[in-house]
Design a binder for this molecule. Structure first.
Ligand SMILES: Nc1ncnc2c1ncn2[C@@H]1O[C@H](COP(=O)(O)OP(=O)(O)OP(=O)(O)O)[C@@H](O)[C@H]1O
Length: 479
């Protein structure tokens, strides 16, 4: 670095200025600089010092006109008059002041006419670096948060259920987890479709990559395309500068879960089909394609075949998605799972409810369990979970009783019993059959549902295995 006082080019522009004016002009510039500046002449006398230099180093302006070495014996600046070498980033500390200094000779026509020292407060630099560090930490926290948002929580062994249909779905999920083939999960709302999708992702080799859930019904269809595929720079008015990455790209190497696929617009379905076939996406407003490796799991509570018949859903996409399909049965068709689900929910609500004085272990009265097993659960497992969370908050002690359940569901129950009492009086035979049915269900729950477990259940009931099977058929018990 070589500082040439008043470069030729600038000098020519100001030749009309009287010399004194030019000096004032340069002084004003030096005084307006944010860094500290000190200038010595060829004999080592201080000629110029700006207010920032005083501020940073504590050296006062009365040094002007004095020899720098006399005032500051350790100063390196005079050395530069001799060796003509620049010094960069020299660390200085005086009292409580810390700063770094750059020094350079001032050369005109190959003659050293002085030297300049430019300093920057280290406290300022410190502050900036601390700020930078804090911002970096914040950025990392946000990144971790984003990563955790896109991580699947559940695994296949967290899926509770002994019902045949559910076990079948778990079995298929396990077998196909590592394939790249798309999966279609169907089932009513709240049956556990997303739970299955997350568990499949976690069972696959993609488990450490993102799992991106997208609710196709929740995003307005005009926006869905750009959300899924992203958009290029200036793709439309109000588009973000530089474009935006889409959810497919975010899911690269991982899994995208397209929930409520039946609600996707017909046009977009065609674009999705292309992605499935080509494994490439094109951002809105761009012409180039980007290759991706994304596993697609779609889900719907609708009857896609009916939608295909009504031409609301593309037949070609339906067949492409339906290569592997999982049907999750509604809870009312797997009442045998209700008690297991309840006990698991009570355990986790104990963990979540870390309120002081909260009971160590909840129990549930027989009457309440019977009621919950008989209830139809239109909102499926999600509704059951909400009811159990509510009841465990309402229970004063450790036992959950029917009065702790939300009135919304018990109202129907009491009305049902009232009407039953007045209109139909159970015969002794009916009452005995009902008791027998409940007793068999309870016994099977205790022993399990496979053949060996059924043998044990039959033995405990004091009947043969064949009689047990007859009774299961007669009482329509699906175990
Ligand atoms: N078999 C199961 N075992 C344990 N928990 C379950 C089971 N099925 C569902 N759940 C729980 O029920 C709740 C609802 O499940 P999920 O969100 O997966 O349902 P969904 O079918 O995707 O619902 P929607 O169609 O409304 O999106 C979740 O809290 C989930 O963990």
């Amino acid at each position: 670095m070589e500082v040439k006082f008043m470069p030729e080019r600038i000098k020519n522009q100001y030749t009309e200025f009287p010399l004194e004016n030019q000096i004032e002009w340069w002084k004003a510039i030096v005084h307006s600089i944010n860094d500290g500046v000190l200038v010595i002449d060829h004999e080592g006398f201080v000629r110029l010092i700006n207010p920032e230099y005083t501020q940073i180093t504590g050296v006062t302006p009365n040094i002007v006109g004095k020899k720098l070495r006399e005032y500051r014996p350790g100063a390196q600046l005079p050395e530069i008059l001799i060796d003509r070498k620049c010094r960069v980033g020299v660390y200085r500390k005086t009292d409580k002041r810390e700063y770094i200094v750059d020094m350079a000779p001032i050369i005109i026509n190959d003659k050293v006419i002085g030297a300049v020292s430019v300093c920057k407060s280290l406290t300022e630099v410190h502050k900036l670096s601390l700020e930078l560090k804090k911002k970096g930490e914040k950025l990392n926290q946000l990144k971790n948060k984003i990563d955790s948002l896109y991580q699947a929580k559940y695994t296949l062994n967290q899926i509770i259920g002994r019902n045949g249909g559910l076990k079948e779905a778990v079995y298929v999920a396990e077998r196909v987890a590592n394939s790249i083939l798309p999966i279609l999960i169907t089932g009513e709302s709240g049956t556990g479709k997303e739970l299955f999708a997350q568990a499949i992702h976690n069972e696959s080799s993609r488990k450490n990559q993102p799992f991106i859930p997208v609710n196709c019904a929740a995003i307005p269809s005009a926006l869905l395309e750009s959300e899924l595929f992203g958009y290029g720079d200036g793709a439309f008015t109000n588009a973000k500068k530089g474009g935006k990455i889409g959810l497919f790209e975010m899911a690269n190497n991982g899994t995208i879960f397209l929930d409520e696929i039946g609600d996707m617009s017909y046009d977009l379905q065609a674009k999705l089909l292309r992605v499935l076939q080509e494994r490439k996406i094109r951002r809105v407003g761009e012409t180039n394609e980007r290759s991706l490796d994304v596993r697609i799991i779609a889900a719907t509570h609708r009857d896609l075949q009916q939608l295909v018949k009504k031409t609301h859903f593309r037949e070609d996409l339906f067949y492409r998605l339906n290569v592997i399909s999982l049907q999750i049965p509604p809870l009312r068709e797997r009442k045998e799972d209700i008690s297991d689900l309840i006990y698991s929910m009570l355990r986790s609500s104990q963990l979540n409810l870390s309120i002081e004085n909260s009971p160590n272990e909840y129990t549930i009265s027989r009457e309440t369990m019977n009621f919950l097993e008989e209830y139809e659960w239109p909102g499926n497992v999600r509704e059951l979970k909400n009811v159990i969370d509510y009841a465990s908050c309402m229970a004063e002690g450790t036992e959950i009783r029917i009065e702790h359940l939300p009135q919304r569901i018990t109202k129907k129950h009491f009305n049902m019993y009232e009407s039953k009492d007045s209109s139909t009086i159970q015969s002794l035979k009916e009452a005995m059959e009902e008791t027998e049915r409940n007793f068999i269900i309870d016994t099977l729950k205790r022993f399990g549902s496979d053949i060996e477990e059924k043998k044990k259940a039959a033995k405990s009931l004091g009947i043969s295995l064949a009689t047990l099977y007859n009774k299961l058929k007669r009482y329509k018990i699906d175990f």
